[in-house]
Design a protein around this ligand. Structure first.
Ligand code: NAP
Length: 356
């Protein structure tokens, strides 16, 4: 039996994920990488050609095959054939939940070991972030996983790193976050904003979806935490930045906060305070420009007030954290053993930085 990873969508998150799986196919234990591209566009041809040159195989809807071939792109499978061959499917579209209802729930796809969708697919399956809730995942029950959004990765990593005690309990009284989001990704031709654009608090308990999603992720660990978030979109294409405030139920110190961040395998610490410097580090040293760490914490901004209140700023490394969790989650669905996942992920560890 071949192990086939099928990725749906070739956008900001789909494109580097297809590359990751093809470039590291052997180490990851994958025989074939297929991907579904929906719209045949001349402007996307160079990207598709390059993905195919790396070894990935194109699939599309039956009624679009001729259009792709007219662009000179060889279609290996129809969408249905690709799903029939897939061991695991990673949905990288904004329509994960619609696709679950319309396609993935079909009993004819019972052979697929796992379906993963991304941040916007709230409710798709058990929420997952690498390094935060592996112990909550159940190999028999969790065939559907939602890889949480990049900012939810960041928030949950901050909380777990600073508030989790050795017994697994969390000493968190409450936490607040201001997510200062980039307007759009450098790959996206629309959606830029001319000036800071503040967001509504449309969730009466959590403020915005970022804290709500983090709450649900911790709930998988049996923790119901008091989290709140606000969001503002900034007129930048660099990275998201987050201001955070955690209030603990016990005393702490600046030394302990710094030590916890420095000791975490998922946190990169930095002395750089400008997003462009972190972004360009990713461009120069990252995989496809991506930093795969969960968060980049700016050490000089850290502060402890009244012994229990922690303040600071950090950057969300683009979508690198979602990419790492997507690969880890897919490998876990193929073989549900976290030690083996860790071994298979080893070639990617050079992009999970401890310092930037
Ligand atoms: N961008 C980020 O930084 C980021 C970070 C973390 C998580 N995410 C999440 O990742 C998901 C995708 O976001 P993105 O930024 O990568 O989007 P994107 O750049 O707009 O790309 C979306 C892709 O999905 C395809 N698509 C859309 N609907 C489809 C459908 N019904 N069937 C097949 N393909 C379909 C599009 O294909 P065509 O162009 O061929 O039509 C396109 O390739 C979202 O859930 C988002 O929340 C994004």
């Amino acid at each position: 039996m071949s192990t086939v990873v099928h990725i749906i969508g070739t956008g900001t998150i789909g494109e580097p994920l297809i590359s990751l799986f093809t470039d590291f196919r052997e180490h990851l234990g994958i025989d074939e990488v297929t991907f579904h591209k929906r719209t045949p566009l001349l402007s996307d041809r160079s990207k598709i050609k390059h993905l195919m040159a790396r070894g990935a195989r194109l699939a599309t809807n039956k009624d679009r095959v001729a259009d792709f071939e007219a662009l000179g792109l060889e279609v290996s499978y129809t969408a249905e054939e690709a799903l029939q061959r897939a061991t695991v499917v990673i949905d990288c579209t904004p329509a994960g939940n619609d696709n679950k209802d319309a396609i993935y729930s079909d009993p004819e796809l019972g052979h697929v070991k796992g379906f993963l969708a991304q941040g916007s697919a709230f409710g798709f399956g058990k929420p997952y972030a690498r390094g935060v809730n592996e112990e909550a995942l159940d190999g028999d029950a969790d065939r559907f996983l939602q890889i949480v959004s990049c900012n939810t990765h960041n928030i949950t990593t901050l909380v777990r790193t600073l508030a989790r005690e050795d017994d697994g309990d969390f000493s968190l009284e409450r936490a607040s976050f201001v997510c200062m989001r980039r307007a759009n990704d450098v790959t996206q031709p629309s959606g830029f904003v001319p000036a800071p654009n503040v967001g509504k608090h449309d969730d009466e308990l959590f403020g915005t979806h970022h804290a709500r999603d983090a709450y649900h992720l911790f709930k998988t660990l049996g923790q119901e935490l008091d989290l709140f978030s606000s969001a503002v979109k900034l007129n930048t294409q660099y990275m998201h930045s987050i201001w955070f405030n955690l209030v603990l139920r016990r005393d702490t110190s600046l030394e302990e906060v710094r030590r916890r961040f420095e000791d975490s395998p998922w946190v990169a610490v930095t002395d750089k305070s400008q997003a462009n410097l972190i972004f360009s580090f990713g461009r120069d040293h990252g995989y496809y420009g991506r930093i795969l760490s969960q968060t980049v914490v700016v050490v000089p901004t850290l502060m402890v007030r009244r012994k229990r209140e922690i303040y600071g700023f950090c950057f969300t490394p683009q979508d690198g954290n979602s990419l790492l969790s997507s690969v880890a989650g897919a490998l876990w669905r193929i073989e549900p053993d976290w030690q083996s996942v860790k071994r298979r992920l080893e070639p990617l560890s050079r992009w999970v930085y401890q310092e930037i």
